[in-house]
Ligand binder design. Structure first.
Ligand code: FNR
Length: 343
């Protein structure tokens, strides 16, 4: 059952991401840079390095959590890891819960470490995990950090999903105290609010990945796995990535941004809204399943090149400098800020 589910997720996620990304409407379009024609710097002054969970990442981009647990998803993990290695990107595996249920699936996850031996690798589990399970998966991957995903919306849509979430805060604290590597808590595409991030800051985690709405929609994926689609009205639930970044700014944790990042300009916008780095899942998955590691290496190389170009024209030599750029927030995002009292 679980194995089929992992293959279903890939198939349905790829279907969501086929076609051009650039034209999809997004609240990222409500983030405009005030253009200053003399602000530009020199390309050779741009330094893409960023600091996350106490480590320096060579670029402010990463391949976010997706998969593992079946033969097919193991091959996807291998190809993602090759692309991460060739471009220097950090990478997260998908949830290791299939491994905890069946240790025979280990290789479908450890392939990531094998193909990216010196890279920043993140293991991933849900917030039901015990400290002992967290230590096991971190050890298996020699992981540099552990992502814990919060997915109450997805679980609710799944008939077989969890219905008890009240123990999550205590579980996160127990894991963070025991696991020995930084813990990064993330959503799976419904966004983390400022209140949630402030709560996480009190639980001992190192960073929060807001993983907002706008890209892969797990309500749609789970509805797509059965004919009834009982919770069709939950599709589109949550905070967009731009909304979540604004809501969670100054909530006490370093932020990572993912969810619906369509192109390098969205990545630059997310960095300008305060993210330390920007992750992508569905778009990179679609590229790697269609064209293998070479296609993903080409795409990421283009993203890095254009990120550098955009920072040059904006006069921001480092990712952190982007936070000083003057922004105009328009449309739905402006309305969101007004209602949330964000200035
Ligand atoms: C995911 N995502 C995810 N997240 C997580 O923390 N653990 C997981 O096991 C998975 N599994 C998974 C499978 C597939 C096929 C996809 C596409 C995504 C969620 C992912 O990390 C990310 O938060 C969202 O997909 C939003 O980013 P994109 O896809 O809009 O860039």
């Amino acid at each position: 059952m679980n194995a089929t589910r992992k293959d279903d997720h890939v198939r349905l996620a790829v279907a969501q991401h086929e076609g051009p990304h650039a034209d999809r409407p997004s609240t990222f379009d409500d983030v405009r840079f005030v253009h200053h024609a003399l602000a530009g710097t020199d390309r050779d002054r741009v330094d893409l390095t960023t600091t996350v969970a106490g480590r320096t990442w060579p670029v402010p981009l990463y391949i976010n959590a997706m998969t593992g647990g079946t033969a097919a998803t193991g091959r996807i993990n291998r190809d993602l890891a090759i692309a991460a290695r060739e471009t220097g990107l950090p990478i997260a595996t998908g949830s290791l819960s299939p491994y905890l249920k069946d240790p025979g699936t280990a290789e479908t996850f450890t392939t990531v470490r094998r193909h990216h031996p010196d890279g920043f690798v993140m293991a991933n589990l849900n917030a039901n995990a015990t400290p002992e399970q967290a230590r096991r998966v971190v050890g298996l991957l020699e992981a540099d950090a552990l992502q814990i995903h919060l997915n109450s919306v997805q679980e609710t849509v799944m008939p077989e999903g969890d219905r008890s979430f009240g123990h999550w805060p205590a579980a996160i604290t127990a894991i963070a105290e025991a696991v020995g590597v930084p813990v990064i808590v993330k959503e799976v595409g419904f966004g983390l609010s400022g209140r949630t991030v402030a709560h996480l800051a009190r639980l001992g985690v190192a960073a929060a990945d807001v993983a907002g709405r706008g890209g892969t929609d797990f309500a749609r994926i789970e509805n797509g796995r059965r004919p009834e689609a009982d919770y069709a009205y939950l599709e589109g639930w949550g905070l967009s990535t731009a909304e979540a970044l604004l809501d969670a700014r100054d909530s006490g944790l370093p932020l990572l941004a993912s969810g619906g990042v369509r192109h390098p300009l969205d990545a630059v916008r997310a960095l300008a809204l305060g993210a330390r780095a920007v992750g992508s899942s569905g778009p990179f998955l679609t590229t790697v399943t269609a064209g293998g590691p070479d296609a993903l290496i080409a795409r990421i190389t283009t993203w890095i090149d254009q990120l550098t170009a955009l920072m040059t024209l904006l006069g921001a030599p480092t990712p952190a400098d982007l936070a000083s750029c003057e922004l105009l927030l328009t449309g739905a995002l402006h309305e969101f800020c007004a209602q949330r009292g964000i200035r």
